[in-house]
Design a protein around this ligand. Structure first.
Ligand code: S3P
Length: 178
């Protein structure tokens, strides 16, 4: 099985929201790999980071994402750090990866005060901007399509569907955004 779309992008770029909306529009399953990882582990991402550390989290993340990529036939949204893991990038191969690009200001405004471990310390806004700058080129390099994540969700859904390799087929399928 192959996912129709794999969403990547930094924390707060709207991967889960857009993923759910895309899945509703196309009538296909949606899976958020962080939620799936938490379900399998019976623990939260924050707890795994705090107790076992980032390296252990990346190992569980790799296992979950590589598995989901072979079992999903719908929409997949990745955690923001998946693009930094070589084994995940290799597994992404030719998948239709879409990068939800967000500015540091807009993205941080959406995640400020959340329990995300990577921005839990001093100067979270600065850390957010720094990490985004470090990763931006990587997100772009793995993506087949890059979209402006600050656009309204309905617009993003339509833009992403139009960018699919089988866009014509989806446009003629009942229940889509056409
Ligand atoms: C991370 C992003 C988070 C989560 C973890 C690490 C990252 O996912 O996987 O906190 O390294 O950017 P979201 O992008 O869904 O917030």
């Amino acid at each position: 099985m192959t996912p129709i779309v794999v969403l990547t992008g930094f924390m707060g770029s709207g991967k889960s929201t857009v993923g759910q909306a895309l899945s509703d529009a196309l009538g296909v399953p949606f899976i958020d790999t962080d939620s799936e990882l938490e379900r399998r582990a019976g623990r939260s991402v924050a707890d795994i980071f705090a107790t076992d550390g980032e390296q252990a989290f990346r190992a569980v993340e790799t296992e979950t994402v590589t598995d989901v990529l072979t079992t999903s036939n719908g929409i997949v949204s990745l955690g923001g750090g998946s693009a930094t893991v070589p084994a995940i990038v290799a597994a992404l191969g030719d998948h239709h990866v879409v990068y939800l690009e967000i500015s540091a200001d807009n993205g941080y405004a959406r995640v400020a005060g959340s329990d995300r471990p990577l921005i839990a310390g001093e100067n979270p806004a600065g850390r957010y901007a720094e990490l985004l700058a470090m990763r931006a080129a990587t997100y772009r390099s793995i993506a087949k399509q890059t979209v402006d994540a600050s656009a309204p969700v309905a617009q993003l859904v339509s833009t992403i569907i139009k960018g699919l390799p089988d866009a014509g087929w989806y446009a003629s399928t009942p229940g889509d955004q056409a």
